[in-house]
Ligand binder design. Structure first.
Ligand code: 4NP
Length: 151
């Protein structure tokens, strides 16, 4: 499987989803590719947000190998499933899709944990550390579900 995690900035939410899933895939010896991207170009080349690095590190997960990049149309070809964090990401990604095959690859990540509920992973950028703890927990559970469904 080739999995892409997408949010707005690619510095807060999707780097956590990317780091969590990649670690689990490695622990299980699965031959999967995992990456992340942002719909915006605001943080291209940047490290993840300090608060994401810190909550990951508290959970023994290093995400400092990651750098921000922007989602491109080519990602529809490169990846089997594209997980977005909220409905705004969903609309921004779908806008670049050219056919149903591409559109069907795009999914709200929390529908893995709460099927059909279309819940959002809240954008923690303008909040404090509690937001990041909450996001980490949600993404830890959702990435477990992704592995259960696709392995
Ligand atoms: P993310 O959070 O989409 O989870 O990476 C954000 C990061 C940066 C900005 C917005 C959201 N920003 O406006 O710069």
């Amino acid at each position: 499987m080739k999995i892409l995690m997408v949010c707005l900035g690619n510095i807060c939410r999707s780097p956590l989803a990317h780091g969590l899933l990649l670690q689990k895939v490695k622990d299980l010896d699965l031959n999967w590719e995992v990456d992340s991207a942002g719909t915006s170009n605001y943080h291209v080349g940047d490290l993840p947000d300090r608060r994401s690095i810190d909550i990951a590190r508290k959970n023994n997960l290093d995400i400092t190998y990651q750098r921000g990049r922007q989602f491109t149309k080519e990602d529809f070809q490169r990846f089997d499933e594209i997980f977005v964090m909220d409905s705004s990401n969903y609309q921004n990604v779908l806008r670049l899709a050219e056919n149903d095959e591409e559109r069907e690859k795009v999914k709200l990540i929390l529908n893995e944990s709460f099927p059909g509920e279309n819940r959002a992973v809240p954008d923690p950028y303008y909040g404090g550390n509690q937001g990041f703890e909450n996001v980490y927990k949600m993404l830890d559970e959702a990435t477990n579900k992704i592995i259960e469904r696709l392995r």
